[in-house]
Design a protein around this ligand. Structure first.
Ligand code: 5IU
Length: 494
């Protein structure tokens, strides 16, 4: 920063504090950790004088650092007005990333006029993990746009700069959190104790490349940071964070057995399921059933299946996709021909009916003995093409899982992408995995084991026909196990 701007910077730091763009205190964060500092730069749009100073300083910083690019692009949404001012002030064309286009897939991700090979400078307000910047970078890069630099207002110094540098993007910040703290302290605005508490928190809550991030930060960024973290943590670590007893058990089982493969045994004869379960049992962590497709169901079949689960050490997941009112799902879960709650460690459920789906399922369970605990995977995305789930539905599904006191019953989320939820104690179950095909004739969309684990955040990959239609099911199970497990090991080693 050039010297003549240093007084302006200090004055701005104090101004931002006065308009509550950041606060000190004890802020309860969604991810369950408290932060002594909270940023909300959204308020600055209500202070045109502050907007003017921030954008002037950003432009000066861009000139100073010689960050010439053909376009500027703000990280949605808080940084959009800032990017607009930067664009207008320095006469650089702007690009706009549409955050919501993803839900529909057909709309353009990037608005504005550009050509592949154009350069673009990112503008962002507050950086914790850097994951929001990376989301925007990814979309720009998918259009062939080259991104090498990001200019940001505040760097919280929690590892964001290093994280984005790994993706070839250099961060240039106006303020660091330390500068803000020191300036406010020198101006008599905050106590020394506050400076120390924040400094201590910042050094403890780092997002390191080895995955030792603990969580925290301002609300939206913290969730993002934790999301980044979730896929970096080992299953052993995550078993300690899980709130559901079955999720804990499953994480531990995956780690000790070294498998993150769920076999979807979608065949219609009881003996065929038992045969597949026996052959593939040593290589799977979960066996997924659709009990209502079995033509010769009997209690004896369940006894045999449970014996195999015990012998080979895997859990049973009935993919029932409950979706009715509480009273009905309670009956469907515990009664009828299948008495699912008696034998399935886990079931799947839609979030369409809202929170009552969990209460209904819980109502079917009596006193549960240790080791006999039950859990639910909530659906927040589907692999079927043209499905009706949008971002709002996904977000609300995550809320049902993590807020409202049922997290002890939710083992995980069935979804297709890592941004569906952040809490590392939940397990991401991802179906639609196949090595050699991308679709089936009925709308199923497949991804490879490497893609679902490394790019989409899957903790467990669900494979059905990729294994059960193979000439040698055991060999196919070993192949899928090896590929899914190797992808996981590479993911956490990054
Ligand atoms: N399944 C999906 N996609 C989803 C959900 C569940 O494929 O979004 I939610 C189930 C359906 C089937 C299995 O039982 O996972 C996948 O089988 P194949 O690998 O044979 O397509």
């Amino acid at each position: 920063m050039v010297a003549q701007n240093s007084d302006k910077m200090k004055a701005l730091a104090i101004k931002l504090f006065e308009i509550n763009a950041f606060k000190f205190g004890d802020f309860k964060m969604k991810v369950g950790i408290n932060s002594p500092v909270y940023f909300d730069l959204r308020v600055i749009v209500s202070y045109p004088d502050v907007m003017q100073i921030v954008s002037d300083l950003l432009v000066a910083h861009i000139t100073d650092q010689q960050l010439s690019a053909k376009h500027v692009c703000g990280v949605p949404y808080t940084a959009l007005p800032l990017a607009t001012l930067v664009s207008v002030n320095q006469n650089t064309p702007m690009l706009v990333r549409r955050k919501e286009a993803k839900a529909y897939g057909t709309k353009k991700l990037i608005e504005g006029i550009y050509n592949a090979g154009d350069t673009c400078l990112i503008v962002e307000d507050v950086v914790t993990s850097g994951s929001s910047i990376l989301d925007t970078v990814k979309d720009l890069q998918s259009e062939g746009i080259v991104v090498t630099d990001a200019v940001v207002v505040v760097d919280r110094e929690q590892g964001g700069a290093a994280n984005i540098a790994k993706h070839g993007v250099k961060m240039h910040s106006l303020f660091t959190l330390s500068f803000l703290l020191n300036t406010l302290h020198a101006a008599g605005k905050i106590e020394k104790a506050t400076v120390d508490a924040v400094a201590k928190y910042i050094s403890a809550v780092q997002i390191n490349s080895d995955g030792s991030f603990v969580g925290g930060g301002d609300k939206s960024d913290a969730v993002k940071a934790n999301d980044l973290q979730r896929t970096r943590l080992t299953y052993e670590n995550r078993s300690n964070l899980a709130k559901s007893a079955v999720a804990k058990r499953l994480f531990q089982l995956m780690a000790s057995k070294q498998t993150n493969l769920c076999l979807s045994a979608d065949v219609t004869k009881a003996d065929d399921i038992l045969d597949i379960a026996d052959k593939c049992g040593p290589y799977i962590c979960l066996l997924k059933t659709h009990i209502d497709i079995v033509e010769d169901f009997s209690e004896g079949f369940i006894t045999n299946l449970q014996a195999l689960a015990k012998r080979h050490n895997f859990l049973l997941l009935e993919d029932r996709k409950f979706a009715d009112i509480g009273n009905t799902v309670s009956l469907q879960y515990g009664k009828g021909l299948y008495k699912i709650s008696n034998w399935a460690d886990l079931v799947t459920a839609h979030t369409l009916p809202g929170r009552s789906i969990l209460q209904g399922l819980k109502a079917a369970l009596g006193n549960v003995e240790a080791g006999q605990e039950r859990g639910v995977f909530l659906l927040s995305e589907m692999s079927a093409s043209g499905n009706l789930i949008d971002d709002k539905y996904k977000e609300n599904s995550n809320k049902i899982a993590t807020e409202g006191g049922d997290i002890d019953f939710v083992a995980g989320i069935v979804c297709q992408s890592s941004n569906a939820f952040a809490f590392p104690g939940l397990i991401q179950l991802t179906p639609g995995v196949k090595i050699d095909e991308s679709v089936d004739k009925l709308g199923q969309q497949y991804q490879t084991p490497e893609l679902v684990v490394k790019e989409r955040g899957a903790d467990i990959g669900v494979v059905g026909r990729g294994i059960i239609q193979a000439n040698d099911v055991q060999k196919a199970a070993i192949t899928y196990r090896d590929r899914l497990w190797t992808a996981y090991k590479e993911r956490v080693a990054k």
